[in-house]
Design a protein around this ligand. Structure first.
Ligand code: CU
Length: 542
């Protein structure tokens, strides 16, 4: 196992351990020894969570072609608004060759169809829920009015779902904990989500965000991409067309019947949330899927490619590197972060990516001989989870793309002195409703409680501190990383972020301005199991 830490040197310290520590041990230590001991322990673990083992034969790596998610056609473009319709429904899909896997999908596919949009041109998506459970859609990274942001209790109930059940919660600690949210706006069968998309161009993604059941719903397939573009970005000359590839990376595990395995306490996701004990810290799978295909391969030109990478995994972290078959490592030239283009490119030899983070990178394959292969590997994986995908260079090609030295000039330049408030927020394990939970500031999520209230337009500094890995995500606003471990941010913290990866024991300071819309939003850990087990809080903008 390696200790992933310093990506500035490009060298990770290598430590040998008998085995990865289970979270039971790690959590016990958190309870017994507090943060510092758990941090010392967990710093050696490359992940937070426990891995499921698939019960079907797995295909060899780099055989299945990389799928590219289809782009959804609008049903109407009149009145200055693009209108789309998406049906959420069960579908059976062949993910592993020869294996039929039932999924919950957007429009029958995993990933769901991609929505392509332009900055400032509103999009309305009518989601129809034909699934057996309530759903909620959140556009991750979208600057969206609160009514369309997918608050976890703003449910879309399926036909036949009883009216009263959606406000009753049976917590992981047992039945009887009732949570009522009088502000919830519940609809039946369908809901229109309106996205103004008045924001920097970037790769967003939409996924389920239902109270207590986000993790199993996303695991079953409720995730898709949404790209925002504008003229300024189009004019940069970056690799485009078929040389721009979205890469949605997830891990999954497969049960003996071909279905996705998931350690839910309630496999129907109807009443009882939570997962079995060994998986409380996060569910990891032993199969890596890119755009829904296991360890795929993609044929390319010997040219530059723009790779728009999203880690849509529930809990797995990656440190991606691109290695040729003769062991040569290709530079990953980062041009964008979660919330769009950087000011200038940042060159990485490998790139850590936490759940929900996106990195926009350009890789130059022109030096790879025709017939050569470049593997994308995860330095944090082991065995089969070390491989992610491969590119096979199929042909020589001309390439008139470029990476400008100046990518954007519109990044916010908030200074510490602009902040009207500084908040301390801890992300730690603890007790919730008599059972295990994940807490922010010592409290599990409660829709009825006010956690953070801020004024529209206020600049704030948040000091975040973690026990184990927690990727922290703010709805509505992008932020900049001010410091990490009281030191300057790392190269990968560049640009405008909406999710920041906290390593075990780490503190990170972020700065943002709460603008756009008033209303009730959220911030939370994007380890989906942590999120379902309490690690969410209200962000009220007044
Ligand atoms: Cu977390």
């Amino acid at each position: 196992m390696r200790e992933p830490y310093d990506d500035r040197s490009g060298r990770a310290r290598t430590v040998t351990r008998r085995r990865a520590l289970g979270i039971g041990g790690a959590l016990g230590l958190v309870a017994a020894g507090g943060l510092s001991a758990s941090a010392a322990l967990a710093r050696r673990t490359p992940f937070t969570g426990a891995e499921l083992r698939s019960a079907v034969p797995l295909p060899p790596a780099f055989q299945v072609p990389l799928p590219l998610p289809s782009v959804l056609a609008p049903v109407s473009t009149s009145g200055g608004v693009d209108r789309y319709e998406i049906t959420q429904r069960e579908a059976t899909v062949e993910i592993l060759p020869g294996v039929r896997t039932p999924l919950w999908t957007y429009e029958g596919s995993f990933p769901g169809p991609t929505i392509e949009s332009r900055r400032g041109r509103p999009v309305t998506v009518t989601h129809r829920n034909d699934l057996p459970v309530p759903t909620v859609v959140h556009l991750h990274g979208g600057r969206t009015p609160a009514g369309s942001d997918g608050y976890p209790t703003d449910l879309v109930l399926p036909e036949g779902w009883p009216d009263a059940v959606h406000v009753t919660r049976t917590g992981p600690g047992g039945p009887g904990h009732v949570m009522h949210d009088p502000r919830a706006v519940v609809t039946r069968l369908s809901r229109d989500y309106t996205f103004p998309l008045d924001q920097r161009p970037t790769l967003l993604w939409y996924h389920d965000h239902r109270m207590d059941f986000t993790a199993p719903a996303v695991w079953r397939g409720l995730a898709g991409l949404h790209v925002v573009r504008d003229d300024a970005e189009d004019s940069l000359g970056l690799p485009a067309g078929r040389r721009e590839l979205p890469l949605m990376i997830v891990d999954r595990a497969f049960a003996a019947d071909g279905g996705l395995d998931y350690p839910a306490l309630d496999p129907t996701s109807r009443e009882r949330p939570g997962v079995r004990e060994p998986y409380l810290a996060g569910v990891l799978g032993d199969v890596i899927l890119v755009n829904g295909a296991p360890w795929p391969v993609h044929e390319i030109d010997a040219a530059r490619y723009r790779l728009r990478v999203l880690n849509a995994s529930n809990a797995r972290h990656y440190e991606l590197e691109a290695i040729t078959d003769d062991g040569h490592r290709l530079d990953l030239v980062q041009i964008g972060a979660d919330q769009g283009l950087l000011a200038a490119p940042v060159v990485h030899r490998f790139l850590p990516i936490a759940p929900a983070e996106r990195y926009d990178v350009v890789v130059d394959f022109s030096g790879v001989p025709v017939g050569g292969r470049v593997r994308v590997v995860n330095r944090l994986g082991s065995g089969r989870t070390r491989d992610v995908m491969a590119f096979r260079v199929a042909r020589e090609a001309t390439d008139d793309s470029r990476i400008p030295r100046v990518l954007s000039t519109d990044l916010p330049t908030w200074r510490r002195s602009d902040a009207v408030r500084v908040r301390d927020l801890s992300f730690r394990t603890g007790r919730m409703h008599g059972g295990h939970g994940w807490l922010i500031g010592g409290l599990p999520f409660d829709p009825a409680r006010s956690d953070v209230t801020t004024g529209l337009g206020d600049v704030e500094v948040w000091r975040l501190i973690a026990d184990v890995h927690h990727p922290v995500h703010l709805h509505l606003v992008g932020f900049r990383v001010l410091s990490r471990r009281d030191r300057p941010p790392l190269p990968r913290d560049a640009g405008l972020k909406d999710t920041v990866s906290l390593r075990p024991g780490e503190s990170v300071e972020i700065i943002t301005r709460f603008d756009g819309y008033r209303g009730r939003y959220l911030f939370h850990c994007h380890n989906a199991e942590h999120e379902d087990m309490g690690m969410m809080a209200n962000l009220e903008i007044v």
